[in-house]
Design a protein around this ligand. Structure first.
Ligand code: 2NE
Length: 275
């Protein structure tokens, strides 16, 4: 695709082309670990993709390889800025703003595909977990590290992970903090497919283009349906918001809306009470 830069940031790259947006974490010298600024920029880019009606699929990936030849999707929170109560930004305030980013990726009504080459570790692993689909390069390495370095993610990072790979495997991943290769990840249902690293983006684009040929409303409602089962009231809110969207588009809602604006009684009898 003819990727065009959509906005300039410090820690990430943001491109668009042909119905797709691409968010690239661009700190390869840190294995693409995120600091608060990185996350704020990702949140801004994902929010832009959400608002842009020409975009249907977002690809999330990491820049690389680094000069040492190694690849990384994301190595989680930048430990050099972790302070007393979270990751300390340039304003001196401690935050865990990656949780807001996780929620945005999960709830935005468009497909998000993680393209993982090299390390997806810690909070970086959780980022691919919350994406709708994951395409792994053959050199991908997955793992959680919290219990061996003083952290954990008991939210989507554990509960949704368990939905993907099952309770026993999810507990193994978190309790033992092992690393898993791409084939092991495929076997446990953690990723959708594995391709040679040189093919990673092209495969992501192929999957995105296949999705983009489908009905946008169907994909939107499916995503909120998948989420609703797991996300409690927030999931139901998302699904119900989509019901409202569809209702607004109906002749019935339009008649009631017009009647109020025109200070007349709505012609309710026009509309059937369907079984
Ligand atoms: C990812 C991994 C396994 C790669 O190992 P290797 O040997 O390939 O690379 P190396 O030499 O460890 O790292 C290369 C450079 O990247 C930096 C390193 O410090 C090193 O820098 P220099 O010494 O060359 O200057 N780097 C890598 N990861 C970093 C990080 N997370 N923060 C800051 N700098 C980092 C290996 O690098 C590794 O194990 N990394 C640490 C993984 C980690 O602890 N992640 C945080 C988990 S907690 C978390 O993400 C989190 C959470 O638990 C809850 C909420 C939000 C976030």
């Amino acid at each position: 695709p003819d990727w065009k830069s959509a906005k300039t940031y410090k820690d990430i790259l943001y491109h668009k082309a042909d119905g797709m947006a691409k968010v690239t974490i661009n700190r390869p010298e840190k294995r693409n670990a995120f600091r608060p600024l990185t996350v704020a920029e990702m949140h801004d880019a994902f929010a832009d993709a959400r608002e842009d009606p020409t975009i249907g699929v977002v690809l999330l990936t990491g820049a690389g390889p680094h000069t040492d030849g190694k690849y990384a999707f994301c190595a989680g929170g930048d430990q050099s800025v972790r302070g007393h109560a979270g990751y300390i930004g340039e304003d001196g305030v401690p935050r865990l703003n990656v949780l807001d980013l996780q929620k945005l990726i999960r709830s935005m009504p468009k497909a998000v595909i993680a393209l993982v080459a090299g390390y997806a570790i810690g909070g970086g692993h959780v980022l691919h977990v919350v994406c709708d689909l994951t395409i792994a390069a053959d050199n991908a390495i997955f793992g959680q590290v919290g219990p061996k370095m003083g952290s954990f993610d008991g939210g989507f990072g554990s509960s949704y992970l368990a939905r993907l790979v099952g309770q026993k495997k999810a507990r193994e991943i978190w309790f033992l903090c092992r690393q898993y290769n791409a084939q092991q990840a495929l076997q446990m249902g953690l990723v959708n497919t594995v391709v040679p690293v040189a093919e990673l983006e092209a495969e992501g684009v192929r999957w995105a283009q296949e999705i983009l040929q489908k009905s946008p409303l169907a994909i939107r409602l499916l995503k909120s349906g998948f989420n609703a089962e797991l996300d409690g009231q927030a999931g139901i809110q998302e699904l119900a918001g989509n019901a409202t969207l569809l209702y607004y588009m109906s002749e019935e809602a339009k008649e009631f809306h017009s009647a109020q604006r025109e200070k007349r009684k709505a012609d309710a009898r026009k509309f059937p009470w369907l079984p």
